[in-house]
Design a protein around this ligand. Structure first.
Ligand code: PLP
Length: 405
């Protein structure tokens, strides 16, 4: 069966059609009409083919392998020995204290445990932060290319997204000057940026991050710093925005560096005045984060040897891609961090949706269309994840080389 993903959005990311919305008997909210997250649509197609027996190589999704052994051991022991119940809405005090210690040990920043909120992945952290910070109609800036769920969550909450387009020539970085220029056009209530970034892997320098923190503080713009790819860097370590502002909201996760995607656990570091509103929201939205995931997360900080070995594997995969892709006419910038490369496919196609579908059909290699990350310009790019095992990366390059010949 040929793969095709429906074009459900126009160039600004607005939904153009949704066949399910047409049914007059089951009225749906407008807010549910968000764009699809294409990486997950590709994953679904690729997994369906895998179930049918096709040999698939997954480069479409940013998902590490299994977590360190101590995580599973701690969860099994807790499952056998204690009640798996609700916890405090903001998370177990032991875990909040352990996360606070992580900031002291890794960044030399003192953050009190009371400012930490444990969340169901950083994904739920964003929803909580947006609800606590913005009313519907507020304006929040995000970067393009960028992580597609930001726009979808914001729009579902009736918040207007303002897109700041970054350029390859400037290493896809949003600068303080760009934020100030946007703010002059229309008052921004918030901005959400990530470093290292998805899909480009680019990282802000310390000076750039400091300048963004200072600018947002001066202009009264809420700055949400997505730091979920911290720990995954291939040169300098990533800096936390907590160093430069006490107003910043930091979102982080156990999904990426800590390899705990399916455990669905992350955290927010909040300015003091946001702690109680977030607690009230979490009490009613999810009561608490799964108990076993909190138990696992508490011990994962102590598995640094295993985690560093995983990172070394990503670094090898990254080198393989950086060596192979240019020779196939796929232009890439070397990423600073995360586990993605954002490749220019314009020598082969101007339709990334079609390119990824054909690639999956012909070779079994899953990749994500650039349109997921940049509605206006992503037709000429794809994202490749190198979070998988090295043999998959080598095999994907072999198949891609034959297909593009
Ligand atoms: C930039 C970025 N932020 C947040 C997330 C959400 O991750 P999780 O909800 O697993 O913490 C992702 C997932 O890929 C991401 O790429």
């Amino acid at each position: 069966m040929k793969t095709s993903w429906t074009r459900e959005t126009n160039k600004t990311g607005k939904m153009t059609k949704d066949p399910f919305m047409a049914s007059p008997r089951v009225p749906l909210s407008l807010r549910s009409n968000v764009a699809p997250f294409m990486a997950l649509d590709v994953l679904a197609s690729a997994t369906r083919r895998e179930r049918e027996g096709q040999d698939i190589v997954h480069l479409e999704i940013g998902e590490p392998g299994a977590p360190p052994r101590c995580v599973r051991q701690a969860a099994i022991a807790a499952l056998d020995g204690s009640k798996v119940g609700y916890t405090e809405a903001l998370g177990r005090p032991e875990l909040r204290a352990r996360i606070a210690r992580h900031y002291r040990d890794t960044h030399g920043v003192v953050v009190s445990a009371e400012r930490i909120a444990v969340t169901t992945g950083s994904s739920a952290g964003f929803a909580l932060a947006f609800l606590a910070l913005f009313d519907s109609g507020a304006h929040v800036a995000i970067a393009a290319p960028g992580y597609p769920a930001y726009r979808n969550i914001l729009e579902a909450l009736g918040i207007e997204t303002v897109t700041i387009e970054t350029a390859r020539e400037n290493r896809f970085i949003v600068t303080a000057a760009m934020i100030e220029a946007e703010h002059r056009k229309r008052k921004l209530d918030g901005i959400l940026l990530m470093s290292p970034a998805n899909p480009t892997g680019m990282m802000m320098s310390r000076a750039e991050l400091r300048s963004i923190c200072e600018t947002c503080d001066r202009l009264g713009i809420a700055f949400i710093s997505d730091e979920v790819y911290h720990g995954l860097t291939y040169g300098d370590a990533a800096e936390t925005a907590l160093k430069f502002s006490s107003n910043v909201i930091v979102a982080n996760s156990f999904s990426k560096y800590f390899c705990m995607t399916g455990w669905r656990i992350g955290w927010l570091v909040l300015p003091e005045h946001l702690v109680r509103p977030i607690e009230r929201l979490q009490q009613s939205l999810s009561i608490s984060v799964p108990f076993l995931s909190q138990i696992g997360a508490e011990v994962v900080f102590d598995a640094q040897d295993e985690l560093q070995a995983v990172l070394a594997g990503y670094a090898r995969n990254r080198e393989i891609l950086l060596n192979e892709l240019p020779g196939m006419g796929l232009d890439v910038l070397a990423s600073d961090g995360a586990f993605y490369l954002y490749a220019d496919i314009s020598r082969h196609s101007e339709d990334s949706l079609d390119f990824c579908a054909k690639l999956l059909d012909a070779t079994g290699v899953g990749t994500t269309p650039g349109l997921d990350f940049d509605r206006r310009r992503g037709h000429s790019a794809i994202r490749l994840s190198f979070a998988g095992p090295e043999r998959d990366i080598v095999e994907a390059m072999r198949r891609l080389k034959v297909w593009l010949r």
